[in-house]
Design a protein around this ligand. Structure first.
Ligand code: UNU
Ligand code: FES
Ligand code: FE
Length: 448
C-alpha cells in the first residue's frame, strides 16, 4: 500500500491536495489505476460504419487502432508492432483490411492476427508462432447508443453499469431522441494543463460560466447570455447537479437546449427541440422529455466530456502530468436536416474548437491552475470543493446523488470520491469495495 495516495483527496470534507493537478507519482498511478481500469471513449459508429473502417486514437498515453470487423463488431488494438514495437498505422483514419509495419513489413489483419512475415520460412525456420504474435487487444469494447468505449480491464462492470445513475439523465438525448451521430475528424490540440482540470470543469462547473465566459456570452448572444458578468443570480429551479457511483457526473440547466450557440442558431435549434420534446413526452414522460430539451454538461469518468444540445464532445488525453491533448467532435441528432448539422458543427468549432472563443477563455484558467499549484509553498496546500456541501440527496426526486441547484460542487465531490477509490485500489473488486457506501460518503460530507 506504500505506493498509494491516501491523503490526496479528503472525501469527507470536499478538499483535494494541490498536487492532484500534477505530480509525477500521481500521474503514473493514474495511468495504471484510472486509465487502466476505466471505460475510455474511442469513437462513434457513424465514423467507422463499414467493414475495415478504422480510426487511430488515444487511451491514456497509449495509441490504439479501432477497427470495424467483418461481422460488424468493433475491436481495438495497441498501435504497436509485435516485432520491434514500431508504430503500425501512421494515419488518423481510413479503410484497411490490414496493416503492414513500415520497419520490417510484418502484416496484420484488421482482426489483429499476424498474417504475413517476410521470409517467414527462410529466417525463422518455421519457428515463429504467428498465433502468439497477434496485436495486443483492448479487453472490452462496448457501444452506448453508437458511442464506442473501450476498457483495458476485463473485470470492469458493463458500460451501462459504469454509467450508473447517470444513464437515466443521458438516455433521453442519446437514445430516445432517435440517436446521435458524431461529426469528425476531431480537432486536436495540446494545452499546458493537467487532464483533470478540464474534466472537473465539465463535470460540474456552472459556477464559472457567467464569469469566465462573460465576453463570449456578451458577444455570442446565446441562451446563456443573461448570465454574462454574473449579472443574473442563480435562481431556484435553474438546474440540478448529479453524481454517480463511479464518478461520472453532470449538471442540468433547464430548457437551455441551444446552449452555447449564438443567435444565428437559437431559433432553429429551440424549434427543433420543442417539437421533439412534445413527441418524447408521450414516450418517456414529461420530466425526461424536458431533460432532452435541457442542457447537460457532463464528464464520463475519467476524461470524456460533453455538452448536450450544444453538441460539444471532447476527450482530454494525458500526455504528461502538465500536458493534455484535447480532441473535439460535434454531436448532432441523426434525424436533423443536413444543413442544420453543418451549421452546428461550424458553431462548435467557433466556440469550443482549438481557437474557439469559449475554449480559449477556459484554457487560461486550466493552465494557471496547473502551474500555480506547483509553487514550493503552494504544492502541499488544499483546493476547495465544498460548495453546497450538506445539500446533496441520494435517490430523492431523481436517481443518483443530486443537489437541486444549478451551481455547486456536488459533481466535483462525486468525481474525486471515485478518483480516490480508483487511485487507492488494485483491482475492480477493490474499486467496488471502496465504493459500496459511495452515496453515504457524499451525502454525509461536512465542511469541518
Ligand atoms: O462546464 C461547462 N463548460 C459549461 C457548463 C458550459 C455551458 C453551460 C454549463
Ligand atoms: Fe475559482 Fe479562483 S475563484 S479558482
Ligand atoms: Fe468553460
Amino acid at each position: 500500500m506504500s505506493n498509494q495516495e491516501e491523503n490526496l483527496i479528503d472525501v469527507n470534507h470536499g478538499t483535494q491536495l494541490h498536487k492532484v493537478h500534477g505530480d509525477q507519482k500521481v500521474f503514473e498511478q493514474e495511468l495504471e489505476n484510472v486509465f487502466g481500469r476505466s471505460w475510455l471513449f474511442l469513437t462513434h459508429e457513424s465514423i467507422i460504419p463499414n467493414h475495415g473502417d478504422y480510426v487511430v486514437t488515444k487511451m491514456g498515453t497509449d495509441e490504439v487502432i479501432v477497427s470495424r470487423q467483418e461481422n460488424g463488431d468493433v475491436k481495438a488494438f495497441l498501435n504497436v508492432c509485435r516485432h520491434r514495437g514500431a508504430q503500425l498505422c501512421p494515419h488518423e483514419a481510413g479503410n484497411a483490411k490490414g496493416f503492414v509495419c513500415s520497419y520490417h513489413g510484418w502484416g496484420y489483419g484488421n482482426t489483429g492476427e499476424l498474417q504475413s512475415v517476410p521470409f517467414d520460412k527462410e529466417v525463422y525456420g518455421g519457428l515463429l508462432d504467428k498465433c502468439k504474435n497477434s496485436l495486443h487487444e483492448v479487453a472490452k469494447v462496448e457501444s452506448y447508443n453508437g458511442f464506442i468505449y473501450g476498457c483495458f480491464d476485463e473485470n470492469s462492470p458493463s458500460f451501462s453499469d459504469y454509467l450508473g445513475d447517470l444513464k437515466w439523465f443521458l438516455d433521453p438525448y442519446f437514445e430516445h431522441s432517435g440517436g446521435l451521430e458524431l461529426i469528425g475528424p476531431p480537432a486536436r490540440c495540446l494545452i499546458r494543463a493537467n487532464w483533470k482540470c478540464p474534466a472537473e470543469n465539465f463535470v460540474g462547473d456552472a459556477y464559472h460560466v457567467g464569469w469566465t465566459h462573460a465576453s463570449a456570452l456578451r458577444t455570442g448572444e446565446s441562451v446563456f447570455t443573461p448570465l454574462a458578468g454574473n449579472s443574473t443570480p442563480p435562481t431556484e429551479g435553474l438546474g440540478l447537479q448529479i453524481t454517480s457511483k463511479f464518478g461520472s457526473g453532470l449538471g442540468v440547466l433547464w430548457d437551455a437546449y441551444a446552449g452555447i450557440h449564438d443567435s444565428s442558431l437559437i431559433n432553429d435549434m429551440m424549434q427543433w427541440a420543442t417539437i421533439k420534446e412534445q413527441q418524447l413526452a408521450e414516450k418517456i414522460g414529461a420530466d425526461r422529455a424536458r431533460i432532452y430539451r435541457s442542457h447537460l454538461n457532463t464528464t464520463i469518468f475519467p476524461n470524456n466530456s460533453f455538452l448536450t444540445g450544444s453538441g460539444v464532445f471532447k476527450t482530454w488525453q494525458p500526455i504528461d502530468k502538465d500536458t493534455t491533448e484535447v480532441f473535439t467532435w460535434t454531436m448532432v441528432e441523426k434525424d436533423m436536416p443536413e444543413e442544420l448539422k453543418q451549421r452546428i458543427a461550424m458553431s462548435v468549432q467557433r466556440t469550443f474548437g482549438v481557437a474557439g472563443y469559449w475554449e480559449s477563455d477556459d484554457n487560461d484558467n486550466m493552465e494557471s491552475e496547473t502551474y500555480m499549484t506547483k509553487g514550493f509553498q503552494a504544492i502541499n496546500k488544499n483546493l476547495n470543493a465544498q460548495m453546497g456541501i450538506g445539500n446533496d440527496v441520494y435517490n430523492g426526486k431523481y436517481p443518483g446523488v443530486v443537489c437541486e441547484s444549478a451551481i455547486g460542487e456536488t459533481s466535483y465531490r462525486g468525481y474525486y470520491r471515485a478518483y480516490s477509490a480508483f487511485i487507492n485500489a488494485n483491482s475492480w473488486h477493490e474499486i467496488e469495495d471502496k465504493s459500496s457506501n459511495w452515496a453515504d460518503i457524499l451525502t454525509n460530507a461536512k465542511t469541518k
